[in-house]
Design a protein around this ligand. Structure first.
Ligand code: PLP
Length: 377
């Protein structure tokens, strides 16, 4: 069987080591040190934080504190994204402006960004997402940044460890690199993140790394158990019992939906998560996080895939700003983002983390099914 979610990116060994993982304060410090080295900045400009959205929030707060932008300014966000990104922008007192993606690409182009800058004088920051780990045309975006004096955030949730066409690593170009260590991300400790400031930016005066508290015990336990619950839920799909099992875990608050992760700038991650994140950071795969395809009748395609044992429903993203249950409340400008609306109706993902021959053959079979539904125009 193939899965997109349910901690299917964790091998059996990783599940066990996650469950019994221990760490020390040196692991925590070493992760900060490694992030500073990798993203070419100072350790005082790096902080391990509660979640990816907290990282984006703190980067924006640092820009505000520097006086380079002011409350109410606009931030260009990919038109195809997760609500966590918009949440971080709003919480910082700024306004997200969605930029439509290209017809057959999950990211906006430099041309679309530039035309938005020309019509929106409050646009002062842009966030590059490199969705699924597909690198954008970074030199084009750099020229725009210089020409208009904008600030750039590289959101590494999907793309940590990937390189741009000119060989530079993603996260070494902008004014900040923001990492999520959430479920299924490039670095995955179930919950967590890191903010890396660059180009002489420093953290807001109101934020002190030494004041950060550890996650609540419940959060830490939820993070430890999740991969094991994933194994059980994946096993239960054979009996069609995974939904009641996951429903019960949610009711008991033993697991949490990814989109509901908190934005909390008062907390950090544990030492054991730092140890795992550091080892993942050192061995990031040089491949996209997920492969994507556009299909004509996604519901039918997913049904056919399910019939063959391929559970690919947890795709990114089923609506332009996911997840669907929050979509209406975000008042997404569908009329100005038609490509993202269409893309989110047609996109299908394939996992890239399965390594053994059996799964590789299954991936080929799933790809064949997807191709028979492929968009033709
Ligand atoms: C593109 C992108 N950036 C940032 C985030 C925020 O991550 P977190 O859930 O760790 O806050 C997400 C979350 O799903 C995401 O998809």
């Amino acid at each position: 069987m193939l899965f997109l979610g349910l901690a299917s990116n964790y091998s059996g060994r990783a599940t066990l080591s996650h469950l019994f993982s221990l760490g020390t304060s040196s692991d925590y410090k070493n992760l900060e040190k490694e992030l500073a080295k990798r993203f070419k900045t100072e350790i005082s400009q790096v902080s391990l934080v509660y979640s990816g959205r907290t990282a984006i929030f703190l980067a924006l707060k640092s820009f505000l504190d520097s006086g380079k932008i002011k409350k109410g300014d606009h931030v260009a966000v990919n038109g195809f994204t997760c609500k966590a990104v918009a949440e971080a922008v709003k919480k910082a007192g700024l306004e997200p402006v969605y930029i439509d993606i290209e017809k057959s690409s999950p990211d906006f182009s430099k041309e679309s960004l530039e035309s938005k800058i020309k019509e929106d004088k409050l646009l002062k920051v842009f966030i590059l997402q490199n969705t699924f780990g597909i690198p954008c045309d970074i030199s084009g975006f750099e020229k725009i940044k210089e020409k208009y004096g904008l600030l750039m955030i590289e959101d590494l949730a999907h793309c940590a460890g990937r390189k741009y066409a000119d060989g530079r690593e993603i996260g070494t170009v902008g004014d900040s690199a923001c990492l999520s260590f959430g479920k299924g991300k490039s670095i995955d400790t179930i919950i967590g993140g890191a903010v890396v400031l660059r180009n002489n930016f420093s953290f807001p005066k109101s934020f002190k790394k030494s004041d950060l508290k550890l996650p609540k015990l419940g959060d830490s336990m939820r993070a430890g158990w999740y991969p094991l619950f994933g194994v059980i839920a994946r096993g239960l799909t054979h009996l069609h019992l995974e939904k009641p099992f996951l429903g019960l875990l949610l009711k008991l608050r033993w697991i949490e939906r990814s989109a509901d992760t908190a934005l909390d700038s008062s907390r950090t991650i544990t030492n054991w998560q730092s140890k795992l994140a550091l080892s993942q950071l050192k061995s990031l795969r040089p491949t996209p996080l997920r492969k994507y395809y556009l299909v004509e009748n996604r519901e039918a395609c997913l049904k056919e895939l399910k019939k063959h044992g391929f559970r690919l429903e947890e795709l990114w993203y089923e609506v332009p700003v996911a997840p669907e249950r929050y979509y209406k409340s975000l008042h997404y400008p569908e009329a100005s983002c038609p490509n993202a609306v269409r893309f989110s109706k047609e996109v299908i993902n394939l996992p890239t983390w399965y390594k053994d021959e059996t799964h590789k053959n299954e991936l080929k079979e799933a790809e064949k099914i997807i191709k028979s539904f492929r968009r033709t125009k």
